[in-house]
Write a protein of this length. Structure first.
Length: 302
């Protein structure tokens, strides 16, 4: 008959194996949540909700110490409201969030995405050394601790930017989950495709990157006042004159990276000339048809 010592050893081995499996799948859900499919955008772009890009949520701010906000209203275009709790987020944090959404688009929101730190860092244009690995840990901590309340027309979302995650510091592996309800901000026309190569050309140029995201959401950009962009970008430059100088430099870099026409006129209005994407061209065509239909109805009933 098997000895008591042998039986206890088998039980102990089984227990260790069970613990090991739990460590390897730290985010195993006790309740199965239906996966939610994001729009399937191409590899060369990143699909981002317009409300995020048309606001100061990921501001044009410099690296360094971050203010911590407690349910503070952030600047946004008309029709969008954002209340924010957490450390200020910058354009580098947006790179991380966009890449997480990009990886999630095939697996479904609410599911787990798994990746290695070095591959993730390369995809967002950063080095794979120890300094950037530590920075990535901080970026995930900021995104997980940031809670937003976003309303864009009839679309609304409240929750964290990243729901939760786990990390293996030996292998550099990550497991991340994004709340499935964030899909509410997308809809059929609530998001835009950010050209990733263009954004990467503007790396470490926070205002130029913010402008790129902001104007990506506009099929036919109209003129904004310099002071309006100063507010929407969440600029830390207290002086409008100083921001205007930064803006001129950022617009020149934006034009070089995209071939868009960019200028500030004598009335302090910013003009952007760009060719709309295929999706934006279809949107503009729909708007023209709707306008013609409305005009026809008014004439018939007038």
């Amino acid at each position: 008959m098997e000895s008591l010592k042998s039986m206890l050893a088998k039980v102990d081995a089984s227990r260790r194996a069970s613990i090991a499996r739990q460590v390897q799948t730290p985010l195993a859900a006790t309740v199965r949540v239906p996966l939610v499919q994001l729009p399937l955008w191409p590899q060369t772009v990143r699909g981002v909700p317009n409300a995020v890009l048309r606001s100061a949520l990921f501001g044009a701010i410099r690296r360094g110490r971050r203010l911590f906000h407690q349910r503070v209203p952030l600047a946004a275009v008309e029709g969008v409201t954002i209340l924010f709790t957490g450390p200020r987020l910058d354009q580098a944090d947006l790179d991380v969030w966009e890449q997480c959404l990009h990886l999630t688009r095939h697996q479904g929101l609410g599911g787990r995405i798994q990746f290695a730190a070095h591959g993730f860092l390369r995809e967002i244009g950063r080095s794979v050394g120890g300094k950037d690995r530590e920075w990535l840990k901080g970026a995930f901590a900021r995104l997980t601790s940031s809670v937003v309340e976003v309303k864009d027309g009839n679309r609304a979302y409240f929750g964290s930017m990243i729901q939760r995650g786990a990390r293996d510091d030996t292998t550099g592996g990550y497991v991340i989950e994004i709340n499935s309800t964030i899909v509410a901000l997308y809809g059929s026309d609530g998001w835009s495709q950010v050209e990733w190569a263009q954004r990467q050309r503007l790396k470490r140029q926070p205002l130029a990157q913010w402008l790129h995201g902001f104007y990506t959401t506009h099929a036919a950009p109209y003129a904004y006042k310099v002071e309006t962009l100063h507010r929407l970008a969440g600029s830390e430059n207290a002086q409008l004159a100083g921001f205007r100088r930064e803006l001129r430099e950022a617009l020149a870099k934006l034009s070089a990276a995209t071939d868009w026409g960019c200028e500030i006129d004598a009335n302090d209005l910013v003009h952007i000339r760009k060719i709309p994407s295929a999706a934006q061209s279809r949107h503009l065509a729909r708007e023209v048809r709707r306008r013609k239909a409305r005009d026809s109805t008014h004439r018939a009933t007038g």
